[in-house]
Design a protein around this ligand. Sequence first.
Ligand code: ADP
Ligand code: MG
Length: 277
Amino acid sequence: VGAKLEDYEVLGVIGTGTFGTCYKVKKKSSGHLYVWKAIKYGSMKEDKKQLLVSEVNLLSQLKHPNIVRYHDRIIHKESATLYIVMECCEGGDLSLIINKCKRTKCLVTEAFVWHVLYQTARALQACHWHHSATILHRDIKPANVFLDSSGNVKLGDFGLARVLESESGYAHTIVGTPYYMSPEVIKGSKYNRMSDIWSLGCLAYELCTSSPPFTGSNIKELARKILDGRYDRIPDYYSDDLNSFINLLLNTDQEKRPPVEDITHHPSLVSQLATNS
Ligand code: ADP
Ligand code: MG
């Protein structure tokens, strides 16, 4: 027998994102806290629903310390809603940190940026080279990178982007500006592992700068800037080492970006982790 809605007590809404609403919930039998994401599938076509089911199955196999842990799923037929129950990340997401930096004109420490880079890359490594399929994240952005209560980085919302994006493709483009879209995707190439690496570069850059490397008042202007590939250096407070590292990820030529296993083994990253541990 599968889990039921009644197995959980809803404690409150956390927030509504592009594809659904997240709630903090408590499992009655254990008292443990979780987050569930409610996704309405009523308007989806049959093939989309199948894709959603297979993506959620894949999600349930992703077990890694830097990936938001899937716990359970509940299908509520009456309301045509899928509830994905997952680990609750008490430390919030990186968009909160970036917004705070913006407001207070503070900078996050260099050590924190290396920490996020390393642990997010570890999460990507686990899915880019997953044994049953190549799993691409497709939506790396500050709001999908969480911190747990011990400060560990947890990447969330894996794979779902592919299903839900095409479902509400139009709404998606309008709601969120695709600041992290890679040059090759703009040029019409298939999203691939290197496109995730590009987004990781954008994420690290935005952590340092409180704004994405490429901005524009409309999609066309944004696309032009991304293809141009020029952006300001991260603040002088950050080392040349970190700056060059981010530049490596933000190479407009996808062939020249390092694959994720080169990132996690990169001498700069390894030596930073050694000094900060
Ligand atoms: P988005 O489209 O912005 O990624 P989501 O629907 O994924 O939005 O998330 C909505 C809100 O719930 C966000 O504020 C996000 O930080 C929060 N949230 C999502 N998943 C979790 C989680 N596992 N733990 C804690 N907060 C979460
Ligand atoms: Mg999300």
